[in-house]
Design a protein around this ligand. Structure first.
Ligand code: 2PG
Length: 247
């Protein structure tokens, strides 16, 4: 049986400040580092090991992976970084406080921007989109650098990564770990589990908790489950859902 482990990064500074992050390159908090280390500890305790790791170009995911690798004594395995695993681009909402945005536009509108499948947040002006000049995206065709993204856009790019790199590696028996983001992982989970456009709205991924997939030989998911305390994980998922409410 094939397995895949997905981990959303630990708490970032803008998760703590309740700000939309998207492609902004914010770092982990002390709690985020502790969550990443705990994810590594849980994986090791459950007997996991990895042959290869994949992460985004954003330091909150990269650093989460580093702590997982360090805790598991796996600093030596190959790591691939790719923009296609980045967080969904939050457009003109990037940097805004989520509760303040909900107070201004309403909880329902913010939920549409955060969780709908095909409605993107308002776009950044191209002229103010710093990613266009960021050296980490220099190899991209400028038309592939988004000014905003809905989940559907994120699914499209994550799927190319799944088909080109993740699925072939898993099929050949490699043990793969992916450290990424709330919405790039929602995109992957939507695809793997065949979740409908309506139902994906209610899916929230907790920070720093290993999510294990078990697949058959055709990479059809047989089971998915989080490692760790079920009540604590439920509470974390509810906290993510509530970040977009005016309070
Ligand atoms: O701000 C973001 O980029 C994401 C993940 O932290 O937030 P949300 O859960 O609101 O989609």
């Amino acid at each position: 049986m094939h397995k895949l482990v997905l981990i959303r990064h630990g708490q970032s500074q803008w998760n703590l400040d309740n700000r939309f992050s998207g492609w902004a390159d914010v770092d982990l908090t002390a709690q985020g580092i502790a969550e990443a280390q705990e994810a590594g500890r849980l994986l090791q305790e459950a007997g996991y090991s990895f042959d290869v790791a994949h992460t985004s170009l954003l330091k909150r995911a990269v650093r989460t992976l580093w702590h997982v690798q360090d805790t598991m004594d796996l600093m030596w395995i190959p790591v691939l970084t790719d923009w296609r695993l980045n967080e969904r681009h939050y457009g003109a909402l990037t940097g805004l406080n989520k509760a303040e945005t909900a107070a201004k536009y309403g909880d329902d509108q913010v939920k549409v921007w955060r969780r709908s499948y095909d409605i993107p947040p308002p776009p950044l002006d191209r002229a103010t989109n710093e990613s266009v000049h960021d050296p980490r995206y220099a190899t991209l065709d400028p038309k592939d650098i988004p000014d905003t993204e809905c989940l559907k856009d994120t699914v499209a790019r994550v799927m190319t990564y799944w088909h080109e790199l993740l699925a072939p590696a898993i099929r050949t028996g490699q043990r793969v770990v992916v450290a990424a983001h709330g919405n790039s992982l929602r995109a992957l989970v939507k695809y793997l589990d065949g979740i409908s456009d309506d139902d994906i709205v209610e899916l929230n991924i907790p920070n720093g908790v290993p999510l294990v997939y078990e697949f058959d030989a055709e990479l059809k998911p047989l089971r998915r489950y989080y490692l760790g305390d079920a009540a604590a994980i439920e509470a974390k998922m509810a906290a993510v859902a509530n970040q977009g409410k005016a309070k």
